[in-house]
Ligand binder design. Sequence first.
Ligand code: SF4
Length: 378
Amino acid sequence: MSFQIKGWCPGALRPMRSGDGLVLRIRARGGRLLPEQSRVIADLSARLGNGLIDLTSRANLQLRGLDQAGHAEAITALDALGLLDDSPAAEARRNVMLSPVAPVDGPAWHLAAELSRRLTAPDAPDLPGKFGFAIDEAAPVLSEAPADIRLIPKGTGWHLHPEGADWHLPAADPAQDALALAGWFIAQGGVSAGRGRMRALIAGGTRHSDAVPGGLPAPAPAPQPGPLAQGRLLGFAFGQITAAQLAAITAPIRLTPWRMLLLETPEKVRIPGAIEAPGDPLLRSHACTGAPACPQARAETRELARTLAPLAASLHVSGCAKGCAHRGRAAITLVATGPDRFDLIADGTTADPPLACALSRIDLASRLAQWRAHDAPI
Ligand code: SF4
C-alpha cells in the first residue's frame, strides 16, 4: 500500500496540510448556511484560499489553499459567524449529519442540535475522529453517506441502526440512547489505537443484548438536480464549487453528501457551471483532488474524468489506490500509477485487480470509446 491512512478528518481549528496548502473544513450546524454565512465563506475562499471549495461526503464544506496567516484570519471570521466549536476535540466529535430535506426547526433538526451539544460536552465519549451519526428520514436519503450510527424516525419515536447491522435498538431518548450506543461500541473494543468504525465491530459478530431484528428501511430514490418540496438541488462536478459560484447563491443553503447543494428557494437559480439536469454524466463520475493538490497523487484526475465521463456508465478516476473520492464500485475505475499512466479496473473498486495496466490518456479514450460502441470490454 503506497498511500497514507490518516484516520482523522480535518476541521476548522485543526486544518490538514495538502499539496495546495491548508484544507479547512467547516461543519455547519444542521448542515445549513444562511446567505450572510455563504457570502463570507465565499469571500474567505477567494481572498485567503485558492477559490475552490469542496462539498464533502459528510455534507461539510472545505476551503482549500490557505496559508497559516490566512487560516488565522479565516478562523476569526468563521467564529464571528457562529460556525466554530470551542476546541479541536469538540469539533472532531461533532460528526452529525442531518437529512438535507428535514424541515428546519422540526424534530430531526432539534435532535441534531441536542446530539451535537452532547457530543461536544466535556464528558462525551472519546470516539475515533471518523466516527459519525446520521439523522435520516423514514425512507433514508443518507444510506450511501458515511455514518456509524443512523437514527431513523419510526412512528412517534426513533430507531438506532448501527452501521452494517441487521438489527436495531428502539430509542426513547434518541440523543441519549445514541451516545449510549457509542459507549457500547467503545466498551465492546471497537476502538484500537484511536481508530475504529462500527461496521468493522458488527462484521465481527458483535451484537447488542437489546437488539431487535431488522436492518435499515429501503432507501428513497437517489436525489437528482432539480426542484424538490424544500427548494432546488444543484449539482457540482466532483463535489467542488468555486468561490464565485457560492457567492452567486443568495438563498439559504442546505449542505448534502450528494455533491449537490439544496437551495431553499422555489425560484430557478442559474449558477454558471452548476449541473441542473438529472442524468448528466458528471453526476455518475467521481474523481479525487488528484495532482497537483494532493501530495500522494500520481496524476491529474478531474480533467481526465470530464473527458471520459460520457463514455462510461459510471466512472471513478483516482490519483492513487486510496480511492478517497468513492469507496464503492464503478463500471470503470482508473488508478493513476504515473503522470500519464492508469490501471483500469472493470466493475470494481480501486482495491480490485486491474483488467489492464499502465494505459495512457489516449489509450483510455480509445479503449472506452470502443468498449462503449461494442457494449462490452474489449
Ligand atoms: S485517492 Fe486521490 S485524494 Fe486520496 S490520497 Fe490518493 S491521490 Fe490523494
